[in-house]
Design a protein around this ligand. Structure first.
Ligand SMILES: [Zn+2]
Ligand SMILES: [Zn+2]
Length: 164
């Protein structure tokens, strides 16, 4: 299940040798991305790109990703695929004195692994109260039916337009 080939591990050794301002864009399309310390949480259809630029003080990583994750709507209790998006900018510094609050450093092995960073950014995009759609009608407080699917006798007021 766990694919050893981490497609989010990028060889950046060549960029370090370039002059400031040089950049490369990397595109990603991963069928799934597992959160190692949470078996129930998995991201699917992880797509996006990352521009890595050689800056004076390090490598600037600009990411732009979208993904889906299985979720349950708090209004109608249906399971659905939650679509999330994230954008981030992070500097991997050459020297500790130039590191940002994230404390990211250009790894000595010449590879930047975007996986932990991307997971961190995707996780904060998951709402505490996910809703399957903005206008989700939820469940009827009387009989508990899913008002997105059927109109029960308790939701009569919505038939106003049909009155003669
Ligand atoms: Zn819903
Ligand atoms: Zn009802």
């Amino acid at each position: 299940m766990n694919n050893n080939k981490n497609l989010l591990r990028i060889n950046i050794g060549f960029l370090i040798a370039q002059s400031a301002g040089t950049y490369r864009e990397f595109a990603f399309d991963l069928p799934e991305l597992a959160v190692e310390d949470d078996q129930e949480l998995i991201f699917t259809a992880v797509k996006g790109s990352s521009i890595i630029s050689r800056a004076q003080q390090g490598l600037l990583v600009q990411g732009n990703f979208s993904a889906e994750t299985p979720s349950t709507c708090v209004r109608c209790l249906n399971d659905f695929q939650l679509h999330i998006k994230t954008d981030f900018d992070e500097l991997y510094a050459f020297k500790e004195e130039n590191a940002t609050d994230s404390g990211l450093m250009v790894p000595e092995n010449g590879y930047i692994d975007l996986k932990p960073l991307l997971l961190e950014y995707l996780l904060v995009e998951i709402p505490i109260n996910p809703i399957c759609k903005d206008d989700c009608a939820g469940l009827c407080p009387e009989c508990g039916c899913n008002l997105n699917v059927i109109h029960c006798e308790h939701s009569g007021h919505i038939t106003q337009d049909e009155r003669p």
